[in-house]
Design a protein around this ligand. Structure first.
Ligand code: UDX
Length: 453
């Protein structure tokens, strides 16, 4: 099939590379000309495991363009532009609107007779599918039918939300748990089933170093607004689950229990499940917080209270402060203390700093008069005035009063702890992700504190 993708961000680029890997012809359009230029020269705009390999391997089936008009003759056009938080917590749909207007413009150049299937991949409030359809219709009406034609070109709009995780984006795209198709007609869902057939059947070539799960992919066909709501409900459920375990972690610490054992104990119940029960400094990233706020805004539009969602947001905000409180308990005075953050990205496997807990923690420590250093295996700058990036864990440990594990990168598990403890002014380690072995750290000379224990 011929696929057009609007937006060369995390979702657009990964989806495009994976569909090209499945044998489809893919054109990716983005308004960021610099990004398109770099992609044409095989330069990655961000770090994502396996993505560079897929782009290189499938280069002959991938076209990059800086103009939405170039997507005119696709069979399917996926909209994967950003939908950031707007003023007041709602979603800023300006990129989605511009993409819809771009589709209207492209449609006027269309030579193919079949209708263009426009598919919303980005996370957008319920009803956005209809809005996109209207913008395209008005765009076409305003210009009149293309020269030599009587009717405006045909198109339909449906939804196919994206559930990929950063750092696991290629895995999640090639081996999704489910494909949700929000369509208003059989024809639309058949086209999307055909698009996803190689993924559902796993008929694409293996990717070196990437293994799929045993479980098969389920295709779920729903109405358009249902698919839009499924995306929000999935992300907010994950966020509520995390805030739940983080709230229990506070109680666990108070009563002297171990939060990891509590998580294992409840996670063994199949109705609950163990995933997303690792207590820590709270969720970050571009999606969970944004989608929580967007859904509470939608609820407010219908005058529906959303106390559970609001509480989950509040718990997450408070959770960043737990590390600071532990530092205060141990060091008493933070003024003049040198504190080194291990890991800055919002989670391992990515260089993404959006809503990263490291930033809020660094800001708070600086406000309290501490000196803040940060080390990360892939992040190359800290966007917090006054915080300083160091080139290695050893540089960060020298003369430090505390190390704080913020992001659980694999390389932090096997550090030469005894050497690091000796290089520090005070060998204190705060494990914000409960990832290290207390006995090992204590044997190396560290005072070790973690969350919920
Ligand atoms: C999330 C959803 O998982 C994905 O389906 C959706 O498409 C986009 O939003 P992502 O933001 O990439 O994906 O990150 P995810 O792996 O879900 O982690 C979110 C945050 O929760 C991270 O900050 C992570 O560190 C934190 N987390 C996750 C925990 O603190 N504990 C856990 O047990 C799991």
């Amino acid at each position: 099939m011929r696929i057009a993708i609007l937006g060369a961000g995390h979702v657009g680029l990964t989806t495009g590379a994976c569909f090209a890997h499945c044998g489809h012809q893919v054109t990716i359009a983005d308004i960021d000309q610099d990004r398109i230029q770099r992609l044409r020269q095989d330069e990655m705009p961000f770090y994502e495991a396996h993505l560079d390999h897929l782009l290189e391997e499938n280069r002959s089936r991938l076209t990059f363009t800086g103009s939405y008009a170039d997507v005119a003759d696709a069979d399917v056009c996926l909209v994967a532009v950003p939908s950031p938080t707007g003023p007041g917590g709602g979603v800023d749909l300006s990129f989605v609107r511009a993409a819809a207007a771009g589709v209207a413009g492209a449609l006027r150049q269309r030579t193919a007779a079949e209708p263009l299937l426009v598919v919303n991949k980005c996370t957008v409030p319920v009803g956005t599918g209809r809005m996109v359809s209207e913008i395209i219709r008005r765009g076409l009406e305003a210009e009149g039918p293309p020269a030599g034609k009587i009717d405006p070109p045909a198109y339909t709009v449906c939804s196919c939300p994206e559930f990929l995780r950063e750092g696991r984006a290629v895995h999640d795209t090639l081996y999704p748990d489910r494909v949700v198709i929000g369509a208003e007609s059989d024809g639309e869902s058949q086209t999307l089933r055909a698009l996803y057939q190689p993924i559902v059947e796993r008929s694409f070539p293996a990717v070196p170093g990437l293994e799929g799960p045993d479980r098969a992919t389920t295709v779920l066909v729903t109405s358009l607004p249902t698919a839009e709501l499924i995306k929000y409900a999935a992300n907010t459920f994950l966020a509520v689950k995390l805030s739940f375990i983080n709230e229990i972690a506070g109680i666990s610490a108070a009563v002297g229990a171990s939060i990891q054992d509590v998580a294992d104990g409840i996670g063994l119940d199949r109705r609950i499940g163990r995933s997303f029960l690792d207590a820590g400094i709270g969720w970050g990233g571009s999606c969970l917080g944004k989608d929580m706020r967007a859904l509470t805004t939608t609820a407010a539009e219908y005058e529906l209270p959303a106390p559970l969602l609001n509480a989950a947001l509040a718990v997450n905000e408070r959770q960043r402060g737990v590390v600071v409180r532990l530092l205060q308990e141990e060091l008493r005075l933070l003024k003049g203390a040198r504190i080194t953050l291990l890991g800055l990205s919002f989670k391992p496997g990515t260089d993404d700093l959006r809503d990263a807990p490291s930033l809020r923690i660094a800001e708070r420590l600086l406000e309290l008069g501490a000196e803040v250093l940060g080390y990360d295996p892939v992040v190359r700058s800290i966007p917090v005035d006054g915080a300083r990036l160091v080139a290695s864990v050893a540089d960060g440990a020298r003369g430090a009063d505390a190390l704080v594990l913020v992001t659980e990168w694999e390389e932090f598990r096997g550090l030469p702890w005894a050497d690091l403890a000796r290089a520090m002014r005070r060998p204190l380690l705060i494990d914000g992700r409960n990832q290290l072995r207390p006995a090992e750290l204590e044997a190396a000379g560290f005072r070790y504190r973690s969350i919920g224990r």
